[in-house]
Unconditional design. Structure first.
Length: 734
């Protein structure tokens, strides 16, 4: 664009943004005001970019543009109003806490300023000065607006005339008094659910009554059930939901075939884990001289779960299936999730298929979304497909002789898709994962690596591609939809991280004010194969924002994708189920203005609820994993392991073992020296010996302790322990 034309257009755009009646808008909305047709909207982007670079306009996190001076003025007004702010209090075992405020950094609340608020209370706070070091805002609670936590799970400790419940959730830092008449027959050591009747004061403990006894802590599965209950995850389906599920037939009815594309003759396979039962995605692939024809076929759950039905209401309430060490808590009743909705081998099933034509470089050149009927030819697992592609099993090669060429082409196409994704800057986090094996009594007997192989990668690549393809179509159609978005990282957090990486001698390039996915990818590539890879990868991930569900198509930073949604798992994720309804109404020509308005009314809440339940499931899964790892290590006290330092703090350093168990070496356990913490270099340095413990260092440790309640593991450095043992022997000789 010529300089003169650009300057002229900048003035016109800026005058619009300074108009008194202008409200923050996205680029496409501004283009509509200027009556720019779709084909010419791209002419607006360099104008907006230039104004942003000059600091004359700014964008908010939703991608809306506003004049910088007006945004600054509004911020000042907001800051005045925010002298008192409302948020959710998050407790800490030591008595202090934080208040979570939407769209802002958490505010620290010291113990004396909590006003006896308990975990999850909705509170009003007054902001104080920044905390020491200027790192975080401090505040004080001025009013408790609402006690949102009504039930607590914990261990009952019985006395003669009363009892106490010790909460499992350490963020609820007070024991709960239980009068004799409210013990409900609980015995000492039982895991129980307590309904809070009084939240306590400075001089009085919270009081409650026991409403449910989960069982003794030593009984198999009670520990995990307690975690499930403490997170409020429903475990039983209401009778109305169960009745509705049993009324659904276990086979495709004749009338369901009408209007569907018949793909029963296609070679479609599912590729999942060996023990998976809810199979919601199948794949097919053919090829010719022009390229590849990839089909991603997803179970049509909406055919059986009608909007507003008891099944639908319960599914939205649950939001997602939860996968724990010894159980799966499904979003839908097993009759659906493992039955008519699951793409079981040899069974005719209804599907929503994304049929994509790709060129020889793996780029989608054409696609079609269609309602289909399919029949899966083979139920494959990741291990067998991996062995087939590696050529390691003559038996499997013979058994699946007809499918081998398709698997080989899938592997090639997967590589092309992945190469294209990396080219645009997608960040690929490949952390070591593990699976905890339990005995029948629920005791952890082993922790084995969870392998990522060619088969898991090709399915991931195909699903990601389908998700992007579907999201792009509906974003471009400007129809109401639910997207999976991942915002750019917070610039301040990233600056702290980049400073740390530079101190670790890792080259960091940052050309713009905000870091790009491509720049993060270069860092990941540089550390690949180094001892610090897993640890630095996690630090990078923690510096990023959390992905969430939104109704705005604002892109996915981690995938470097302009368009992204969750389309491929409607059996276990509610957002996928919801967008399937929209897609089907569009395909059938029923997405009228009235229906679009209906979806615009409900989708913000669907996205919010889905994000909340996803986080709830992740927290429960993470808590169970930490608990079972701690229990496993409790059977190995005194044993010696080789590990890698995964984190360094002022109170010690964390060591990760090859089986992914992480434990803490307390700084007080380090012998014969005083260690100083260098936060910039992420290391502890001995003042006398100059011995250093730094991120990525290999160390030999001995298991000193493991606490299943606190879900922690403590190590001591083996050499230091040996020194202590030798000193003891010397004293004994003297």
């Amino acid at each position: 664009m010529k300089r003169e034309k650009l300057e002229k257009r900048k003035k016109v755009v800026l005058s619009l943004l300074l108009h008194p009646q202008y409200k923050p808008m996205r680029a496409k909305e501004i283009a509509m005001i200027f009556e720019l047709p779709k084909g010419r909207r791209k002419e607006l982007y360099p104008v907006l970019d230039a104004l942003v670079e000059e600091g004359k306009i700014v964008t908010d996190r939703r991608g809306r543009y506003e004049a910088a001076e007006r945004a600054k003025s509004k911020k000042k007004e907001k800051d005045k109003k925010n002298a008192y702010i409302e948020g959710i209090f998050v407790g800490h075992p030591k008595g202090f806490g934080f208040v979570e405020i939407e769209g802002q950094e958490d505010v620290y609340i010291s113990e004396e300023d909590t006003k006896q608020a308990v975990h999850q209370d909705r509170v009003r706070i007054r902001l104080k000065e920044k905390a020491s070091g200027g790192r975080r805002m401090q505040g004080e609670v001025v009013k408790i607006l609402e006690h949102t936590l009504t039930e607590v799970v914990g261990t009952f400790e019985k006395s003669k005339k009363y009892g106490f419940v010790i909460p499992d959730n350490l963020k609820f830092s007070k024991d709960i008094f239980i009068p004799q008449e409210n013990t409900n027959g609980a015995r000492h050591g039982d895991k129980v659910v307590v309904q809070l009747v009084h939240y306590g004061s400075k001089k009085k403990s919270p009081e409650g009554k026991i409403t449910e006894i989960l069982g003794n802590i030593r009984e198999p599965g009670v520990d995990i059930l307690a975690v499930v209950k403490s997170h409020g995850i429903p475990t039983e389906f209401p009778p109305k939901v169960q009745k509705q599920a049993w009324r659904i037939p276990d086979h495709v009815l004749g009338g369901d075939y009408a209007g569907r594309l018949d793909l029963r003759s296609w070679t479609i396979v599912t590729i999942d884990g060996e023990d998976a039962k809810d199979l919601d995605d199948g794949v097919s692939l053919t090829w010719d001289e022009e390229g590849y024809h990839l089909g991603v076929h997803i179970a049509d759950v909406t055919n059986y779960v009608q909007e507003g039905s008891a099944l639908d209401v319960e599914a939205q309430k649950r939001g997602t299936s939860v996968y724990l060490a010894d159980r799966v808590i499904p979003m839908l009743p097993p009759r659906l999730s493992n039955g008519i909705c699951s793409l079981n081998q040899g069974q005719e099933r209804l599907a929503l298929s994304c049929l994509m034509d790709l060129d020889k470089n793996g780029k989608v050149i054409h696609h079609r979304i269609a309602e289909t009927v399919i029949q899966v030819k083979e139920r494959m697992n990741y291990s067998d497909v991996r062995d087939i592609l590696a050529g390691d099993s003559p038996e499997l090669l013979e058994r699946y002789e007809e499918l081998v060429p398709m698997f080989q082409k899938m592997e090639k196409l997967s590589g092309l898709i992945r190469k294209e994704r990396k080219r645009r800057g997608a960040v690929d986090f490949d952390f070591p994962e593990s699976k905890i094996l339990l005995s029948r009594s629920g005791r952890p007997i082993d922790i084995v690596p969870h392998e990522t192989n060619t088969a898991t990668r090709l399915i991931e690549d195909f699903m990601l591609l389908a998700n992007e393809t579907v999201a792009k179509e509906f974003c471009c159609r400007e129809l109401p939809f639910v997207y999976r978005t991942h915002d750019r990282p917070d610039s301040e957090k990233m600056e702290v991280l980049l400073t740390l990486l530079r101190s670790q001698k890792i080259p960091v390039q940052k050309a713009h004010a905000e870091v790009t996915p491509g720049e993060v990818q270069k860092i990941m590539k540089y550390i690949q194969g180094s001892p610090k890879e897993a640890q630095i990868s996690r630090m990078i991930l923690r510096s990023m924002k959390q992905a969430q569900y939104t109704t705005q198509c604002s892109g996915h930073f981690g995938l470097a994708a302009e368009y992204y949604c969750h389309f491929t798992s409607p059996i276990r994720r509610y957002p996928d189920l919801q967008i399937h309804r929209i897609i089907k109404e569009h395909l059938r020509g029923r997405l009228s203005q009235e229906r679009q308005q209906h979806y615009r009314r409900i989708l913000d809440e669907v996205a919010r609820q889905s994000s909340v339940t996803e986080r709830r499931a992740e927290e429960a899964e993470r808590e169970v994993e930490k608990m079972k790892k701690a229990e496993y290590m409790s059977y190995h006290i005194g044993e010696i392991y080789q590990g890698v330092i995964s984190g360094v703090t002022g109170w010690g350093f964390y060591v990760e073992l090859p089986n992914t168990v992480e434990g803490l070496v307390h700084v007080n356990s380090l012998r014969r020296d005083y260690f100083v913490y260098d936060s910039q270099k992420q290391e502890l340095v001995g003042e006398l010996t100059k011995k250093t413990y730094a991120l990525g260092d290999r160390v030999t440790v001995r298991v000193a302790d493991a606490d299943c309640v606190m879900k922690t593991v403590d190590f001591v450095v083996q050499s230091d322990r040996d020194d202590e043992d030798e000193s003891t022997k010397e004293r004994d000789r003297i």
